[in-house]
Write a protein that binds this ligand. Structure first.
Ligand code: KG4
Ligand code: ZN
Length: 350
């Protein structure tokens, strides 16, 4: 094995066609993401058939661009890591088949990666930073920080909200999950109710800047459980918007966005901190698109008793660098896939 191992990551599980080259599971050499957001925005959400057709158009140019930007040839690549689930079947198929074809043609190792594990591994990239903890007397700039096991992982994306105990590489135990809507899905639906566009998370975050979290919305605490539930909150927002005719009053839309964001963040932070207090974990790792939310990271910063790692926003949302990072650790333990690798749209973690 070479001292510096280069992994090509490929990600097509949802609406981003992405390819990246990562060295030793940590250093990003290139990271290309072709987003379909503009195409799906006109429908207010992802249309699976449109997504898979777009992946087909973009996959080869995106992989080529990742190779060109990395200024390397195929002989420099040691293995290919590709997301094989969870996600949209038609979208996953494009990435998995592209990866298998290239692996066969270039005689490269291939490994199938769980998209949820990949989100966690965004924290192993050198760009992930440790939030300075005021509780521990730290201050100043975020600093790079190595992951220490065991750690607690909060994965909050458009499709999942999972609280996972990570004991070591590839060792995951699910502690909690959403019983209905994922946190990102709730943001997307709330933005739709408030007429704020798609994707909802960034739109709500932006609208909330000029609002106050002054409207009363419920929090599903689900006592004695690390599970989450966000669909009641979404329904409560819908009733509030109808009852108080909020859409006719832009400042109230901002207040509703701020109140909704606060309700989601309250629950995510409180449940994660509770788990961190009950378990012998050394760090909290945030990941998934919702981890790009500034209120969420700020609240963790203010209340976590242990260090909190979070990737920069562009590595919280879907990308292939996190897939390559996860794949690197598969290759370290000789965990490779055969050309039989198939997609598993309902794959879970732990
Ligand atoms: O991880 P991701 O890119 O894709 C999935 O695996 O689902 O997450 C996308 C989700 C979307 O629901 C989006 O609204 C949400 O992450 N999101 C945010 C923010 N940026 C993206 N939610 C809250 N605040 C944000 N800044
Ligand atoms: Zn994702």
């Amino acid at each position: 094995m070479k001292t510096k191992m280069k992994t090509l990551g490929i990600e097509t599980s949802c609406d981003e066609t992405a390819a990246a080259v990562v060295e030793d599971g940590s250093k990003i050499i290139s990271n290309i993401v072709a987003s379909q957001i503009d195409i799906h925005a006109r429908y207010g959400g992802i249309v699976p058939e449109v997504a898979s057709r777009q992946h087909l158009l973009a996959i080869i140019p995106v992989i080529n661009e990742a190779m060109v930007e990395a200024e390397i040839s195929w002989q420099d690549i040691d293995g290919i890591a590709v997301t094989y689930g969870p996600g949209l079947a038609g979208s996953l198929l494009v990435g998995v088949n592209a990866a298998k074809a290239i692996a066969l043609a270039k005689k490269l190792l291939i490994t199938g990666v769980n998209h949820l594990e990949a989100h966690i591994y965004a924290n192993f990239l050198s760009e992930a930073k440790n939030l300075p903890s005021p509780l521990k007397g730290e201050g100043g700039e975020r600093v790079s920080c190595r992951v220490s096991f065991p750690c607690l992982c909060l994965i909050v994306s458009g499709g999942h909200s999972d609280l996972v105990l990570m004991r070591g590489h590839g060792q995951f135990e699910k502690l909690g999950r959403t019983l209905d809507d994922a946190a990102g899905e709730a943001f997307d639906k709330a933005a739709r109710i408030l007429g704020l566009g798609y994707p909802g998370g960034p739109a709500i975050e932006q609208a909330a800047i000029s609002g106050k979290p002054c409207l009363s919305l419920p929090r599903a605490w689900l006592k004695n459980s690390y599970d989450f539930s966000f669909s009641g909150l979404k329904t409560a927002l819908w009733h509030l918007v109808q009852r108080e005719e909020i859409l006719a009053n832009p400042p109230r839309v901002a207040d509703a966005a701020a109140s909704f964001q606060c309700a989601v963040v309250d629950v995510l932070v409180a449940k994660t901190i509770e788990a961190a207090n009950n378990l012998p974990v050394k760090q909290i790792l945030l990941s998934g698109g919702v981890a790009a939310n500034k209120l969420l990271t700020q609240r963790f910063l203010n209340s976590s008793p242990i260090p909190v790692l979070v990737p920069p926003p562009h590595l919280c949302t879907d990308n292939a660098a996190m897939v390559a990072a996860c794949g690197y650790y598969h290759f370290q333990t000789k965990q490779t896939s055969s050309y039989d690798l198939d997609v598993v749209p309902s794959l879970s973690i732990g």
